[in-house]
Design a protein around this ligand. Structure first.
Ligand SMILES: Cc1cc2nc3c(=O)[nH]c(=O)nc-3n(C[C@H](O)[C@H](O)[C@H](O)COP(=O)(O)OP(=O)(O)OC[C@H]3O[C@@H](n4cnc5c(N)ncnc54)[C@H](O)[C@@H]3O)c2cc1C
Length: 456
């Protein structure tokens, strides 16, 4: 590709166009997962949908690989590529709230921190992830599991409409009334169908919540996991939360002599009346002595950013995931065998409940197919020191192998590693064939293939 073509791109877009040798190239090519070290031919820091159109056309016309990046959290590093084009949406983070209509529209590069700060000012929220730096776009397009999903459904269930730049460089609307097939596919099908430049969400009255983490001793972990399995079946839907293996970080609410010890943590979030929170948590708190806790009333965005410090950019990441329909005693035994061996403070396993409002959406109503799953497991290796790579990847793989026989064939696309491309069809079960049809219609040449790819 001639330099002249890149120069043409510079003329066509408002945002920065960064190529090898430019100042800031190394910063522009870096993604969140430090294991990913790729050298794109050009990074386009888009400022508008027009910039996105220009970058999509440029990649297609020059037959280059195209990666799309919002919050940059993709563990397989789908937000970058070697020798191709990166569309970086981090300059498009605006969020506009319509309090009267209880909706909010976010630009394609907004993070959940941006979103929650804007909606919280109006006492409103929607289902998002548990970390504030994750992108609204990537998380929602894959489904979106979080504290509020039992009450309000997945993030994608709250998507009202979106604007999408398709592979042929058109900006189209997607909703229940326009391009319904595209709207169906982007609610779970990931970044396969185009670049989403804005997303409009339904909001719900959520301002302050009652919640936070409780730490239980390992000797009580079996009892806590079994109680969680039963409790979460019919706990009020304003309760969200999940168990997690956690090496105690040096935080003030944890006794100093326990820093570095491993616990089964239980992270909780109650969005009902604050004064009811303590009673709702009682069955959990009473099951075993709580070694440390930081549970109480707090603004929803405070819980959403409470664990950001455990997952700063620049860690190495390797994750595996599964859906679980029935959390059997055998499955719990596998968790108990591997979970306590978690190698470093950042690594963990989360077991997210999928029920309540998530189950009230039919499996074929959106691309997210596993509406009959009751849990989504993610075994997340996250470590700062490259010398710990073997230990962490080994832990993730051993843990995954032990739990896989007690899980479904598919997993949540957003929690999967780059080596899980062979499981795409299983992730979408009965919806896969329809996803392929929509892909053929909107991206027949697979321009958007740097993702958990649905092949046309
Ligand atoms: C620390 C951490 C915490 C997480 N917590 C949760 C959680 O609580 N719940 C949950 O469900 N998931 C969670 N995830 C997983 C998360 O949903 C995925 O990693 C998701 O892909 C991140 O989106 P992003 O925009 O930040 O990432 P990016 O790397 O920017 O994007 C990932 C991929 O999504 C697609 N994409 C992103 N934005 C757009 C867009 N605007 N248009 C088209 N395609 C786009 C592209 O294919 C891109 O390659 C977490 C991940 C991390 C690393």
């Amino acid at each position: 590709m001639a330099t002249a073509t890149t120069e043409l791109l510079r003329e066509r877009v408002q945002g920065d166009v960064i190529t090898p040798g430019d100042e800031g190239y190394d910063e522009a090519r870096a993604v969140y997962n430090a294991m990913i070290d790729r050298r794109p031919r050009v990074v386009v820091r888009c400022r508008s949908a027009d910039d996105v159109i220009a970058a999509v056309n440029f990649a297609r016309e020059n037959d280059l690989d195209l990666a799309v990046r919002g919050g940059s959290h993709s563990v397989p590093g789908f937000g970058t590529c070697d020798d191709g084009v990166v569309i970086d949406l981090s300059g498009m983070r605006g969020v506009r709230v319509d309090p009267a209509g209880s909706t909010a529209r976010a630009e394609g590069g907004a993070t959940w921190g941006d979103f929650n700060d804007a909606t919280h000012a109006h006492g409103l929220a929607t289902t998002g992830g548990i970390i504030s730096t994750t992108g609204v776009g990537g998380l929602t397009l894959g489904g979106g599991i979080g504290y509020l999903s039992r009450g309000f459904g997945l993030s994608c269930d709250n998507l009202v409409s979106a604007e999408v730049v398709t592979a042929d460089g058109r900006l189209v609307a997607a909703s229940e009334n326009e391009n319904e097939d595209l709207f169906w596919a982007i609610r779970g099908g990931g970044g396969n169908f185009g670049v989403v430049t804005s997303l409009e969400f339904q909001l719900h009255p959520v301002k302050d919540i009652y919640g936070g983490p409780m730490f239980f001793e390992l000797k009580d972990a079996a009892t806590v996991l079994r109680l969680f399995r039963e409790f979460i079946k019919d706990a009020p839907e304003q309760f969200g939360g999940f168990p997690a293996w956690q090496i105690a970080p040096p935080l003030p609410f944890i006794p100093e002599d326990r820093h570095g010890d491993t616990f089964l943590a239980f992270v909780t979030c109650w969005t009902g009346p604050l004064e009811e929170g303590e009673a709702i948590m009682k069955p959990l708190r009473d099951i075993a002595p709580v070694a440390a806790e930081h549970v109480g009333p707090m603004p929803y965005p405070a819980l959403n950013s409470a664990f950001d410090g455990l997952v700063p950019p620049g860690l190495q990441h390797y994750w595996k995931a599964n859906f679980v329909t029935e959390l059997t005693d055998e499955a719990i035994a596998a968790h108990l065998e591997h979970g306590p061996n978690v190698p470093v403070v950042n690594s963990t396993m989360h077991l997210y409940p999928i029920n309540g409002a998530c189950h009230r959406v039919a499996p074929d109503a959106t691309a997210f197919a596993y509406r009959d799953a009751t849990f989504a497991t993610v075994i997340a290796g996250m470590w700062p020191d490259p010398s710990e790579t073997e230990a962490n990847i080994g832990w993730v793989r051993d843990y995954y192998e032990a739990t896989a026989p007690h899980s479904e064939a598919g997993g949540y696309v957003n929690f999967m590693a780059g080596d899980d491309q062979g499981r795409i069809e299983a992730n979408y079960k009965g919806n896969y064939a329809r996803l392929v049809d929509v892909k053929r219609k909107f991206d027949p040449d697979n321009l958007f293939h740097v993702n958990q790819n649905i092949r046309p």
